[in-house]
Design a protein around this ligand. Structure first.
Ligand SMILES: [Mg+2]
Length: 382
C-alpha cells in the first residue's frame, strides 16, 4: 500500500423510503426522500473506495497526494486527522487488502472474524404516521400494519416512536395513543419480536413510568431517550424498573453524544449507548465500543435517514462483544447497490466482499458529480 490518492469526487445521491416517515416527539415529517452524500477516492493505481462524507471540497482535497499508509493504520483504523473522510478510506483499505471492513475492524479490536457475518437489526421506521387519524384504534391499527411491512422484510425487532403528547397531541391523548400503539404492535408482531421505544426526550420521568407500567406485559426491550439525559432521574428510573420487575434497558447518547453518557454506562445507569455512526465515527466507535465492552454495556450505533448508515453499523458488530442492533431505515438509492445485504429472520447477512461490500454505479455517480457535486485531481490541486 504505497499508493497515493490522485482523485476525489463528491456527489449527493437521493434515496427514497418505501413510505413517507412522519414526525417524532420533536421534529415534523421526515418524509420520503433521503440524502446520500458520497465521497469517492481513487489512487494512482486505480484503486477506489467510497463512502459517506459531508466534508467540503477544500477539506477533502487535503487527501490529494497523500499515501495510503498515512491514511489508514491497520492497528487503529483512520487516524484522527482524516475522520471527516474516514468512510471512503475504510472502503479503500478493504478493497486494497481484499477484506471486508468488518474483518479489518474485528482484527483491530482483537476479536475473531466470523465466517459468515450476521448482525441483529431493528426496523426503525415506525414514526407518528397516525396524527391525522381521529381514534386511537385507527392509529394503532395503522402502526401495527407498518410493523407487519417490516416483518415481511425480515425484521424481528421494531422501534416505535413515542411521545405524541410532547408536541403534536394534547398530553393525555398523546400518551394514551402511545400505549395503544405499543399494544397493537406487540399483538401484530407476536411475542418473540423485540420492541424498542424511542421518546426523543419527549417524556419526563413520571410519563415514562406510566407508559412502561401500562405496557408491562409487552416486554419493552429498551427505552431510548425517554427524557433529556439526567443521572438523578435515570437512577430513579433504574430503581423503579427493578422494583417493578421490568427488564427494560435504558438507551441514550444519540442526541449530543454527551461524554456523561459513557460515565453513566460505566456506572450501569445507562445500558446501551447510541452515539451516531457518522457523528461519532467508525474508528472512534471501535475505541468507544471497546470501553463499553469492558463495562458490560451495550453498543447500538445510531443513524437515520442516510441510507449507507444501514450498512456501516453492521461492520462494527464483529468487533464489539456488546453490539446490540444495527438500526435499519429501509431506503433505495438509484446508483447505490446494497442488495447483497440480506435481512433474514431479524439479522442482516453482511456480504463477505472487500470494503463495505456496496456497488456504486459509476455512470449515475459521475452524472451527479457533474450536476451538483465536485471533482478534484492531484495535477489540478492548489
Ligand atoms: Mg433515537
Amino acid at each position: 500500500m504505497t499508493d497515493k490518492i490522485t482523485q476525489i469526487e463528491w456527489a449527493c445521491l437521493e434515496g427514497r423510503r418505501p413510505r413517507s416517515a412522519g414526525s417524532n416527539a420533536r421534529l415534523g415529517d421526515h418524509g420520503i426522500a433521503v440524502r446520500v452524500p458520497l465521497l469517492r477516492v481513487t489512487t494512482a493505481d486505480g484503486a477506489t473506495g467510497f463512502g459517506h462524507s459531508w466534508a467540503s471540497q477544500e477539506e477533502a482535497s487535503k487527501l490529494l497526494g497523500q499515501s495510503v499508509p498515512s491514511l489508514f493504520d491497520a492497528a487503529v483504523g483512520v487516524p484522527d486527522l482524516w475522520r471527516s473522510v474516514e468512510y471512503p478510506l475504510w472502503d479503500l483499505a478493504g478493497n486494497l487488502t481484499d477484506r471486508p471492513v468488518y474483518a479489518l475492524a474485528a482484527k483491530i479490536n482483537h476479536r475473531p472474524v466470523p465466517r459468515i457475518c450476521r448482525v441483529p437489526t431493528y426496523d426503525t421506521s415506525l414514526y407518528f404516521d397516525d396524527l391525522h387519524l381521529q381514534t386511537d384504534e385507527e392509529a394503532a391499527a395503522l402502526i401495527a400494519a407498518e410493523a407487519l411491512e417490516g416483518a415481511a422484510r425480515g425484521h424481528r425487532a421494531f422501534k416505535i416512536k413515542v411521545g405524541r403528547g410532547a408536541r403534536w397531541m394534547p398530553l393525555e391523548e398523546g400518551t394514551r395513543r402511545d400505549i395503544a400503539v405499543i399494544r397493537a404492535v406487540r399483538a401484530a408482531v407476536g411475542p418473540d419480536a423485540a420492541l424498542l421505544l424511542d421518546a426523543n426526550n419527549g417524556w419526563n420521568l413520571n410519563l415514562t413510568k406510566r407508559v412502561l407500567s401500562g405496557t408491562a406485559d409487552c416486554r419493552i426491550h429498551w427505552m431510548e431517550e425517554a427524557f433529556h439525559e439526567d443521572s438523578v432521574l435515570y437512577a430513579d428510573l433504574r430503581a423503579w424498573l427493578q422494583a417493578q420487575g421490568l427488564s427494560t434497558l435504558i438507551a441514550d447518547g444519540e442526541g449530543d453524544a454527551s461524554p456523561a453518557a459513557l460515565r453513566w454506562a460505566r456506572e450501569g445507569l445507562v445500558n446501551v449507548i447510541q452515539y451516531d455512526v457518522y457523528g461519532h465515527g467508525f474508528t472512534r466507535w471501535l475505541e468507544t465500543g471497546r470501553q463499553l465492552d469492558g463495562w458490560g454495556a451495550g453498543s447500538a450505533p445510531h443513524h437515520y435517514g442516510v441510507h449507507t448508515g444501514n450498512y456501516a453499523a453492521c461492520h462494527l458488530a464483529p468487533a464489539l462483544s456488546g453490539f446490540t442492533y444495527a438500526e435499519w431505515d429501509e431506503t433505495a438509492t438509484s446508483g447505490l447497490d446494497g442488495s447483497e445485504y440480506r435481512i433474514v429472520d431479524g439479522s442482516i447477512t453482511v456480504p463477505a466482499r472487500p470494503g463495505f461490500g456496496l456497488s456504486l454505479d459509476s455512470g449515475v455517480f459521475e452524472q451527479a458529480v457533474e450536476q451538483g457535486g465536485w471533482r478534484a485531481d492531484l495535477q489540478n490541486a492548489p
